[in-house]
Design a binder for this molecule. Sequence first.
Ligand code: SF4
Ligand code: SF4
Ligand code: SF4
Length: 393
Amino acid sequence: MKFIEKLRDLGVKALVNKTAALNIRETGLPGGNLADRLCEAIEQNKTAVAAALNNADTDMVLLQVLENDPEAVMRGISAAAVALGTENKVLYVPENHPEIAEKVASVAEEYGVTVKCEFVNLRENADTMLIHIATAADLAHAIEGDYTPGVWVSVDGAEVKKVPDGTKLADICDLTGAKGLIAGYVMRPVKDAQLPVEEAGIANGVVRVLREHDCVVAETQKRLLASRARSCGKCVFCREGLIQLEYEHREMTQGRGKPEYIDFTHEIGEAMAYSTPCTMGQNSARIALSAQDSFAGEFEAHIRKKKCPSAACVKLVNIYIDPRTCVGCGKCLEVCPHGCIEGRPGYIHTVDDFDCTKCGECAKVCPNGSLVITTGRVPHTPMRPTKVGRFRD
Ligand code: SF4
Ligand code: SF4
Ligand code: SF4
């Protein structure tokens, strides 16, 4: 194959020098430099090269780099393999994406790369140089001479693209109504939008703007739950730490958070970060720790006041019908999927809070904006449907 021959002609030294000259960073490893990692792997006599996503990556948006240009990824794996003098080349596709493994199988075969559709077991890969899928693509472009320095980013679920170094997060995000950002595995206050992308720690390609209606506690819980589902569970700190952290955050969103959960999160998170061998334990802890550091007020509100400032935690908001504006049209009653609204034509309607999921469907159809979802106090309202105009507060 021409590309592999070209690599062999280039020679190991020139290949490493080229990588070093372009200062290619290893995606997912803060401060990780590909040239240093190649030299280290050569010194350690690694016998295989494998490209993968980080184990902690539950969003998996960087799989788009593989889907969009599988050839570049295979070439990058092959380049690293030539540098190491090995023919043992592997591509790991996450276990829940067999369709992508299938899609890239023929290109992989062409380059002699074995595709494994599974979680990366670090112990089994002790003699393997592991590189990120996106780094493999970068390495291939460096050899082809069309490498552009930058960070792979997907903003708010949009398609992944390479954003040039020096670009500020604020330049690529719509910050209207923003209270913060998730960049990689870190929750950041909105002032951090002034950071350039290469300093924002976007290890998994994810940038998400947190707006007023996004609850940081619920978002953290959701991410911890996704990590729990993906963790292989072999390390005590990762397995037990994730169970405990996710439980505490869930309790907070249900109005059962305890003040000691703040200190527990720090203790567990810091222990996980230092005591786990793969990115799963380390980065799951970062999301919980950074959320508390950057949004302490939201945690305080959930735990001490039993309130969700974003009105997103169903158990912590109230719903009522404003008796001064309800005209008894019955539209809300018709759409409620749980039969929580009582009333008849011409009567002020009422909500039975017990089964209400706070889905907001009723509020969408009310012509008078009479349905109020609030984190505050519920005023005096009728106990049962009352003829319009008869209610006195
Ligand atoms: S840190 Fe978590 S995911 Fe990684 S090997 Fe240990 S238990 Fe498995
Ligand atoms: S918020 Fe949803 S469940 Fe609750 S009363 Fe309205 S429509 Fe029914
Ligand atoms: S709350 Fe709104 S939709 Fe429901 S009966 Fe009253 S006016 Fe109609």
